[in-house]
Ligand binder design. Structure first.
Ligand SMILES: [Ca+2]
Ligand SMILES: [Ca+2]
Ligand SMILES: [Ca+2]
Ligand SMILES: [Ca+2]
Length: 410
């Protein structure tokens, strides 16, 4: 039977209505699925975010715990006051605190080709004090220019007399954004950035994350910042070798005789410069010869690179704690260290602990640095610095371990 024309038209029109409804339903279903997926995804990220912040909080707490552990070591485990807290008396690597793991980033003092960090405490007394070292010492620091060494002296001295090639108020007033020359001691080493002529390259060198390790980006030329010379060794900047915290250790009898540990007043890092303890008669600063690098030792009066290297090599070959300074003359094998001896000490009272921690499942990386002073009755924190912005500092191998679930640290 054949449908009439009218019936046929009605049939077609009802068919196309059904089709349209079906398309609308499909679109609605598609929309609902998209919304569900979107919420699912955002819940997932929120969950991941919460995980990250929990792990971050764990890592922060672990760093606090490691600082307390360091204080405990200083109070209870040192054989003698002024000893360096070596990794023989304290754990410095992969310390488990709750769900988190902490490392103390140190310096080996021997190698500039390390790709994995050396763990330990950093001795502030192993560095040159920029508040007290004279121009002749400062100008020997690697990467420094004589102009910048002179500008350091002018920045910290209270007068306005320009040291040869240095910079006093006039130079600072000519800057695009003019500022004052401080004419007072440094309060942090980072203050060097304000000194006339400072460059990032001179201050940080290739070690932009300040971990003492040659990280992949620090040995790939200009491929990724920083611009490095790709020579397989880590070329440090000035900041690695300088401090404002070291003080000349005061002999006990002397401290009792003068009635106080320090006598020259209000200059940080310069408080004992007028004293004349044991080995340091009349010198403005001292360096711990048991921990200092060859680079630092070579800056001392009467020293050169070869002699400094002999001292470090001897120290590495005889790792037993060396008492006194007698071994130094033995180390240089007939060489002359008489001029440098007053600048040397075997004691240390100021330390940096550079703590890097991760929380559960390798998440929540946190890094913080503390400078601790033990020259008073009890250890105190002099300075705290958040090192988070310098990025991962535990080297490529630990990073891989953290990122590989089956090898995860926890
Ligand atoms: Ca000045
Ligand atoms: Ca580095
Ligand atoms: Ca690079
Ligand atoms: Ca290099």
């Amino acid at each position: 039977m054949k449908l009439s024309n009218k019936k046929q038209r009605n049939y077609v029109s009802s068919q196309s209505r059904v089709g349209a409804v079906l398309i609308i339903v499909l679109w609605i279903a598609f929309g609902l699925v998209s919304v569900t997926l979107y919420f699912g995804q955002s819940m997932f990220f929120e969950y991941k975010g919460a995980n990250q912040s929990i792990a971050g909080a764990q890592a922060e707490q672990a760093n606090n715990g490691a600082l307390r552990y360091f204080f405990y070591t200083l109070n209870n485990a040192l054989e003698e006051e002024g000893d360096f807290p070596s990794d023989l008396i304290m754990q410095t690597e992969q310390i488990q605190i709750g769900q988190a793991t902490v490392w103390m980033l140190g310096r080996s003092g021997e190698s500039v080709t390390l790709t994995d960090p050396h763990f330990g405490v950093i001795d502030e007394c192993a560095k040159i004090n920029i508040n007290t070292a004279p121009f002749e010492v400062l100008e020997l620091l690697p990467t420094i220019t004589p102009e910048f060494a002179a500008a350091i002296v002018d920045w910290r001295d209270e007068d306005d007399d320009v040291t040869e090639n240095g910079a006093e108020a006039t130079m600072y007033s000519l800057q695009t954004l003019p500022y004052e020359c401080k004419n007072a001691p440094f309060e942090t080493v980072e203050e060097l950035r304000l000194v006339y002529g400072a460059t990032v390259e001179m201050l940080y060198g290739e070690d932009t994350n300040q971990n003492g390790v040659l990280d992949p980006n620090e040995n790939d030329g200009m491929q990724t910042p920083p611009l490095d010379n790709q020579d397989g060794t880590l070329d440090f900047g000035i900041l690695e070798h300088v401090t404002i915290y070291s003080k000349i250790p005061v002999e006990e009898e002397e401290s009792e005789a003068t009635g106080s540990g320090n006598d020259s007043g209000d200059q940080p890092g310069n408080r004992s410069s007028q004293q004349e303890p044991g080995g340091g008669v009349g010198v403005p600063f001292q360096v711990n010869v048991s921990t200092a690098s060859a680079i630092v030792l070579a800056c001392l009066p009467g020293m050169d690179e070869a002699t400094a290297q002999q001292i470090v090599s001897y120290r590495l070959a005889n790792p037993d704690p060396t008492e006194g300074l007698e071994w130094v003359s033995e180390a240089v094998d007939g060489g002359d260290v008489q001029q440098a001896l007053p600048y040397l000490t075997d004691k240390t009272q100021q330390f940096t602990i550079d703590l890097a921690a991760i929380g559960s499942n390798g998440n929540g990386y946190r890094r913080v640095r503390y400078v601790v002073d033990t020259s008073g009755e009890a250890p105190v924190v002099l300075h705290r610095r958040d090192m988070q912005r310098f990025g991962w500092a535990l080297g490529p191998n630990l990073l891989e371990q953290v990122n590989t679930p089956e090898q995860a640290i926890r």
